[in-house]
Design a protein around this ligand. Structure first.
Ligand SMILES: Cc1cc2nc3c(=O)[nH]c(=O)nc-3n(C[C@H](O)[C@H](O)[C@H](O)COP(=O)(O)OP(=O)(O)OC[C@H]3O[C@@H](n4cnc5c(N)ncnc54)[C@H](O)[C@@H]3O)c2cc1C
Length: 463
């Protein structure tokens, strides 16, 4: 069988694309209008409607719910949040620790809510295992591990080569860091269950309805305009297509492959009985999960960015990227050299200029937004949604400030990206530098991170 390329994602090939919902029939009004039907938009609708059932909430989705990253991701439900270091520098260490604690709790919250709503999303709470395979990666792993502990993750453990192999036998792994704050999920099962829960609560969801412009109290579409005191932008990697947002969040590509279901004798050799989500410490890092039907779904960067912030063609992936990901798979598990790759796909994440996720509500205009999660949005979108709920309830006089509205990422402002061609040249150079740094580290057995990668971090705003 040939590799299926695109078709949104393997998760949809496995679970089926949903029956379409009706587009917006014409001009209308609502109390809250949410633009974007991914995890951010849907969780926001869910928590708002639960807290205030009287609210009239409309979700407008350009294609179908889960068309974006929420229907394509690696299924790492974990406690990482983009920008914690930045918030620590700006608001103090304690503020960043509060953010981290909220993220740890968010992993529990998603698992608990999925169970309460009867959503079967193949959730397995095996934690997150991040491995080092070169001396430089080992040095970074140790730094990373102690930084995470300093941010309050005292239940994280550092594992040596033997203990790592007892969990997952990754070829050449010299050490790993494991945290319990993570679970494997089937992204689309979670998304579909959430969309159904939202509709059951009485939220109106219109699909095939692209919003062309968001302005105070208006979401404009080709079929009509929704007027609402609150309009929330939850469009992540697609934000650049909205009028006035061309240079807000950069649509960064991430690509994945899924193998055929692997037989029992392969799993005996690899281990991975704890079904941890698995990652590494390379600059152009990989992420993977063992699926419920015993495949490996593995992702990495691929072609990072398309000129002019273009997004994708239903997940179609360059053959060279598919081959690159297959090589990573075989590097990690040489036994899989002959394994079939059943599916390859890609999606876009949203990357702010300072690599910091944000949740915000402008009280003077009623415009809100959340995103810029970079590569860690599966759990973060849930925290952002509960925060948007609290911000709206506070603004409309239904409730006071909460622990969530006081977190340091709330109302964080970020400058825009450079215009083209600088944006394209910059991102290409950044990833070329990361790849070269990975090759240098592998070839030289150096323990220090090459200056090239550190410089790339600094120039890109990531460091
Ligand atoms: C390949 C890949 C792997 C990833 N792996 C992980 C992972 O393992 N763990 C993790 O934590 N994060 C991961 N991420 C990131 C994570 O998936 C996202 O951060 C998260 O899903 C973002 O959710 P969202 O709802 O904000 O955005 P999206 O899911 O992208 O949803 C945005 C929605 O808005 C709609 N939309 C866009 N523009 C408009 C418009 N103008 N009008 C109406 N609707 C519009 C889109 O069609 C889309 O459905 C990954 C991302 C990708 C692409």
């Amino acid at each position: 069988m040939d590799t299926v390329n695109g078709g949104i994602s393997f998760w949809y090939a496995q679970d089926g694309t949903p029956a379409p919902r009706e587009p917006l029939p014409g001009d209308t009004s609502a109390d809250v209008c949410i633009v974007g039907g991914g995890y951010t938009g849907l969780w926001t609708a869910y928590y708002l409607k639960k807290a205030a059932p009287f609210l009239d909430i409309t979700v407008l989705e350009a294609r179908f719910c889960g068309y974006g990253a929420s229907g394509r991701n690696g299924g790492w439900l974990y406690n990482g949040v983009a920008g914690r270091g930045h918030h620590a520098r700006r608001h103090g260490h304690e503020a960043a620790v509060r953010l981290q604690r909220a993220m740890n709790g968010t992993v529990d919250e998603v698992i608990r809510t999925a169970a309460a709503e009867g959503i079967d999303a193949d959730i397995h709470r095996g934690g997150v295992l991040e491995v080092a395979r070169t001396p430089a990666q080992l040095a970074r792993l140790k730094d990373f591990h102690s930084v995470e502990i300093a941010f309050g993750e005292t239940d994280r453990v550092l594992l040596g080569a033997r203990e790592t192999a007892e969990r997952v036998r990754v070829h050449g792994a010299v050490a790993s860091s494991w945290t319990p704050h993570g679970a494997r999920v089937h992204p689309v099962k979670l998304l579909k269950g959430l969309a159904a829960a939202v509709e059951a609560l009485g939220v109106t969801v219109h699909e095939s309805t692209p919003v062309t412009e968001i302005r105070p109290r208006h979401a404009v579409t080709p079929y009509g305009t929704v007027r609402a005191p609150y309009v929330l932008r939850c469009t992540e990697g697609f934000t650049a297509s909205l009028r006035g947002h061309r240079r807000s969040w950069l649509p960064m590509n991430s690509s994945m492959i899924a193998t055929e279901p692997l037989p029992a004798e392969v799993w005996e050799e690899i281990g991975w009985t704890g079904r941890e989500t698995l990652g590494d410490m390379a600059h152009a890092y990989m992420y993977a999960q063992r699926t419920a039907d015993d495949r490996i779904a593995l992702g990495g960067r691929g072609v990072p960015y398309r000129y002019g912030s273009r997004v994708d063609a239903d997940g179609r992936t360059a053959p060279a990227t598919v081959e690159e990901l297959r090589e990573v798979l075989v590097r990690f598990f040489p036994r899989l050299a002959g394994a079939r790759v059943d599916h390859a796909w890609s999606g876009v994440l949203g990357v702010p200029r300072d690599w910091c996720a944000t949740v915000a509500l402008d009280r003077s205009t009623g415009l809100g937004w959340a995103g810029g999660y970079v590569g860690s949005g599966v759990a973060t979108a849930n925290l952002a949604a509960r925060t948007l709920r609290d911000l709206i309830r506070q603004d409309s006089g239904q409730a006071g400030p909460t622990e969530l509205t006081a977190l340091p990422w709330v109302n964080h402002r970020v400058r825009t990206w450079e215009p083209e061609p600088l944006r394209w040249l910059g991102v290409r150079a950044l990833y070329a530098a990361y790849r070269r740094a990975d090759r240098l580290e592998a070839a030289s057995h150096t323990q220090s991170t090459p200056r090239l990668a550190t410089l790339a971090d600094r120039v890109s705003g990531r460091g």
